[in-house]
Design a binder for this molecule. Structure first.
Ligand code: HEM
Length: 361
């Protein structure tokens, strides 16, 4: 479950489509299947379409988060949040004494991104705030002359790089466990010259020889920074989430199968949003992390979508619960259609130029 929380932690660093709050859409279940649907209909905002200014692709969607690996899930994507999470002392970020994220005067969690959260994601955010603060301590010890702003900026750079490295070298390699993937991810990070060479001599050559990390300038081949809608679509990995979180007894030693005894199970509904924050402070950081480490996440396959997500309270950007519920899997299909993600056969045809199978797609 740490892997599942990790990828959500990454998504909250990378993407969140801006919505058009002037355009409300409604999805209704067709009568033949309505009896099997937890929600017969639900309302939501359309994605906000924006002109790109390019000839070939005329419109696109704005990202509410600063895209990619700048650690915005803990630091924030705008000036207001960037300030809100900082203590302005020794470069550090706000953190409660129990190692969890702090709450503001309205009881709202303080973090870079607080939308559609749950106890697992909150724990990882807290973990990397702890890491940031530890880096600040280490830097201050080594360079006592550094002021708050310098300490903050250096610690942010280090922590964001650690996050990017965990994702490339550890998470991706573990989740897609093949030798080819391992080689590809290491080439991506260290280049063909490999880790030993880079650790000894630093970055040498271009992306191919020395890897992407450490290059003086990005190589974007003239394409402005963007993520494709297919990227967003494949990362909707909600099947990774279970129905219940299994809590472990952390005050005892492991049995012969290396698992700590199970104490109780908590339905995911009690671990999301505002309820999730309360549950996490009762469970505590260590127990949450250890328990997640002992539980397998859901398989990314068909017919494995969590039922509780078919009647879900989605949240606003500031973490406030929205009044209406949504059927998330239905909404996900709608989003792909709305954002023109190619259907499977169109995609295959587009990529490989195969003719369609007997003319049908
Ligand atoms: C309890 C945990 C989670 C909750 C409550 C949750 C809820 C949501 C909601 C309400 C949306 C917006 C749907 C829309 O309006 O289009 C969304 C989008 C998304 N979620 Fe989750 N989610 C959770 C966990 C995860 C996990 C584990 C992943 C794994 C990668 C994930 C990946 C995504 C992605 C890629 C999007 C699309 C973002 C966009 O359209 O810009 N979520 N989620």
């Amino acid at each position: 479950m740490i892997a599942a929380s990790w990828i959500q932690f990454m998504i909250h660093d990378w993407i969140d489509h801006l919505e058009d709050t002037q355009q409300i859409e409604e999805l209704r279940a067709p009568e033949e299947v309505a009896s099997q649907c937890p929600l017969k209909s639900f309302k939501f905002y359309k994605s906000k379409e924006t002109p790109t200014g390019f000839y070939e692709i005329k419109t696109g969607y704005l990202n509410r988060r600063t895209p990619w690996w700048d650690g915005s899930a803990i630091y924030g994507s705008d000036v207001e949040i960037l300030k809100k999470v900082r203590t302005f002392k020794d470069g550090k970020l706000k953190l409660s004494e129990n190692g969890l994220l702090e709450q503001d005067e309205n009881g709202k969690i303080i973090s870079g991104d607080v939308r559609n959260t749950w106890a697992g994601l909150l724990s990882l955010q807290a973990l990397f705030v702890q890491e940031h603060n530890l880096v600040c301590d280490a830097l201050k010890k080594e360079y006592p002359e550094l002021e708050d702003e310098e300490l903050y900026r250096h610690a942010r750079l280090v922590t964001s790089a650690v996050i990017a490295k965990v994702h490339t070298i550890d998470w991706t390699v573990e989740l897609l466990k093949t030798d080819t993937l391992l080689a590809a991810m290491r080439a991506n990070w260290y280049g063909l010259l490999g880790k030993k060479f880079k650790d000894t001599f630093g970055h040498v050559g271009g992306a191919i020889l020395g890897g992407l990390v450490g290059m003086k300038k990005p190589e974007n081949h003239g394409v402005p920074y963007s993520l494709t809608e297919e990227f967003v679509s494949v990362y909707r990995m909600h099947q990774l989430l279970p129905d219940k979180l299994q809590l472990r007894n952390i005050d005892t030693t492991c049995g012969p199968n290396k698992s700590l005894p199970l104490t109780n199970e908590i339905p995911m509904g009690d671990l999301i949003g505002g309820k999730g924050e309360e549950s996490l402070s009762r469970i505590g950081f260590t127990k949450q992390m250890v328990s997640m480490g002992h539980q397998a996440c859901g398989a990314l396959e068909l017919w494995n979508y969590p039922i509780w997500m078919r009647d879900l309270i989605a949240q606003d950007v500031d973490g406030t619960d929205r009044p209406g519920h949504v059927d998330l899997p239905a909404l996900e299909i709608y989003r792909d259609r709305e954002r023109s993600v190619a259907r499977y056969m169109n995609f295959v045809e587009g990529c490989c130029k195969f003719p369609s199978l007997n003319g049908k797609t």
